[in-house]
Design a protein around this ligand. Structure first.
Ligand SMILES: [Fe+2]
Length: 253
């Protein structure tokens, strides 16, 4: 199992507070059956701006003390300056490859987002949208996500969303995304070793229950994201009528 989203590196963002917590989160990931965990601290311009030097020295320190593979990455917050930051090598993708985890404000999608995502694509980046099921605008406008998938962008859903960790709406939306083949990778989004752990197994099992063929697709393709290889995304399923009405309930434009 691959956990594509975690805040296991201590002292960088609102994730692990110290090295002991980092190691306890990594131990928990191991118990969950995680073989690879991406260490993706927030990179939020003006708030959290980890340097490559600090990041590299801390990830090496954790690698030396861990029994699972720790893969580099960042959770980059949407900003007009992202293309420039990438050119300056101040932000980087998963395993220093083309796939980059990108986060949006919880309640909005800035109007320049499509331009920034497109510009990043021109620079060779393949955007992965972090936990869209937790964004208020996206959960009410799944058509935006359909357009992004058409562009070749990937969606990362939090495993916890599928089992209700964030409440009813993210759970319902993640179920719809699962049914519609609109989940490409999973992450724990673990922030600590108590309330938001590096758990992924129950969410992964839930996904398999909801859509076994998507689960198999993820098993067959997720490693390619780590390796920076091209993947063909599964076709988006249309919803049956009954599911559509659930979706309609959330659609309040
Ligand atoms: Fe996160």
């Amino acid at each position: 199992m691959i956990d594509f989203h975690s805040h296991i590196i201590y002292g960088i963002d609102d994730g692990a507070k110290d090295i002991d917590m980092s190691l306890s989160m990594i131990e928990n990931a191991k118990e969950e059956g995680t073989e690879y965990i991406c260490a993706t601290p927030h990179f939020i311009l003006g708030n959290y701006e980890v340097s490559l030097e600090e990041y590299s020295s801390k990830i090496e320190e954790l690698r030396a003390k861990s029994e699972i593979n720790i893969v580099s990455g960042l959770e980059v917050y949407m900003d007009l300056k992202l293309p420039q930051l990438f050119k300056e090598k101040k932000i980087w993708g998963i395993n220093n490859g083309p796939y980059m985890l990108i986060e949006f404000p919880m309640r909005d999608i800035p109007r320049y987002s499509n331009d920034v995502l497109y510009e990043l694509s021109i620079l060779g980046i393949k955007p992965i949208i972090a936990h869209p099921e937790r964004n208020l605008k996206l959960m009410n406008n799944i058509d935006i996500l359909e357009d992004w998938i058409e562009e070749g962008y990937l969606l990362q859903v939090n495993a916890g969303s599928l089992v209700g960790q964030y409440g009813k709406e993210p759970k319902d939306i993640s179920e719809i995304l699962a049914k519609r083949n609109m989940i490409h990778i999973l992450g724990s989004d673990g922030h600590n070793d108590s309330r938001r752990k590096t758990n992924i197994k129950s969410g992964r099992d839930k996904l398999e229950e909801i859509n076994p063929s998507l689960s198999t697709w993820i098993d067959n393709n997720q490693k390619k994201v780590l390796l920076g290889e091209y993947i063909e995304l599964p076709e988006i399923n249309e919803l049956k009528k009954s599911s559509k009405s659930i979706f309609g309930f959330f659609k309040r434009k």
